[in-house]
Unconditional design. Sequence first.
Length: 133
Amino acid sequence: MIRLLLQTAATIIANAVGLLVAAMLLTGFNIDPLAFVVVLLVFSGVLILTGPLMTKIAITSVPQIRGSVALVTVFVGLKVTEWLMGGFDMGGLSNWLAATLLVWLGSLIAQILIPIYVFKQLRNNAGPNINVG
């Protein structure tokens, strides 16, 4: 149970890093500071709900996108979050595409580094298949 909570916290922190990277680097990509936590939770929830769905669609219908399911999930997650949240605006198609890459990359790097440096229990419980150095 503790490991699940730590993994959830790491995922939410990683998504926060990804959204902040996009907000800092893209003009027109705006998140209202007062709504940031809610935007973050909605975005994380959308990713959690759509991730398995996108994976299933990729495996059964469009096997060509199997390797990029995470990117497609972030792409969809950003748009759904923008539709649902008033304090979040991506600023157009080009920002949506760039934000997809930035949020995915920022989240990916944070997902790798957070268990190594912040939540050592996740690293210790990862098992023998993960070499953390």
